[in-house]
Design a protein around this ligand. Sequence first.
Ligand code: ACO
Length: 325
Amino acid sequence: MTAKRSVVLGCGSYLPQKVLTNAELAARIDTSDEWIVQRTGIRERHIAAEGEFTSDLALHAARAALDHAGLDAQAIDLIVLATSTPDNTFPATAVAVQNGLGINHGAAFDLQAVCSGFVFALATADNFLRAGAYKRALVIGAETFSRILDWNDRGTCVLFGDGAGAVVLEAQDQPGKPSDRGVLTTHLRSDGRHKAKLFVDGGPSTTQTVGHLRMEGREVFKHAVGMITDVIVDAFNATGTTAEDIDWFIPHQANKRIIDASAHKLHIAPQKVVLTVDQHGNTSAASIPLALAVAVKDGRVKKGDLVLFEAMGGGFTWGSALVRW
Ligand code: ACO
């Protein structure tokens, strides 16, 4: 019996040109390279230029993913864009990308699950494709978090960066076995009791301002590893796989300590973990496809590899996806 799967045809990413190092931050606020590296593993992050918007970053990443897939943009009939930093309150940043690609058929919409956005968007697109509603999807994570940071709050402004990443998915009939290519399983969770632990203190309905990111860092840290590992165990159970079967673990890049602790708890070997947080910082919904693009480009991720994604973020939201490349 065959099964419809969302097979990844290509991926791409984009980082703004400007790099902001820890040393530059230390010259502006009371922090140090040593403190940031020790607590987070972050050494530098990219910052969007004035006049460079989330949709610009997303469009670059989408074009790179289409190039990598060897596809014309007209082949795409669904765009799901995960972001917490849209160009405008509305319309969706996804329609700006759709327009930039010259597509005027199919559907394009944004999805908001903060740092879990890419996994939520991947799961959403996968369900549409497997249901037969669309044929080929662009799944994009794109952020300009630099625009919602309080640059005087050293507890948060050192953590985040800007960037975008994208994958192209195509609905294909596969043999219906664990060795199938494509998205094998996705697991999404949310718990709104934690909504005040990581939030932006503004918005159209509350303050009519954009607001700034606020976070109880310790509280986030306390919950992160348990939530991440729970939802990965769900992915293992759903597919009959174990940590041994994983070729590459590509987690949301928030903090090296959270990543290391999660991999350790799950017995995922350190050499299977893709780490880019040192160079990108936390780019929220963009971090997984940015890391994926690095590991594909340098030849680590190869056809047939089993790739595990996970993310956790504001809400709280968290999720996992298991994909055969
Ligand atoms: N430089 C120097 N000192 C700092 C800085 C800084 N940038 N930020 C905070 N401190 C100080 C604090 O003021 C405090 O000083 P005090 O003891 O004199 O009061 C001290 O460092 C300890 O502060 P804590 O906030 O308790 O530091 P902690 O060890 O918890 O580390 C951190 C903070 C790195 C944010 C940590 O809590 C963390 O990683 N949390 C996870 C949060 C995260 O990754 N969020 C990303 C978004 S959610 C997600 O994507 C999963």
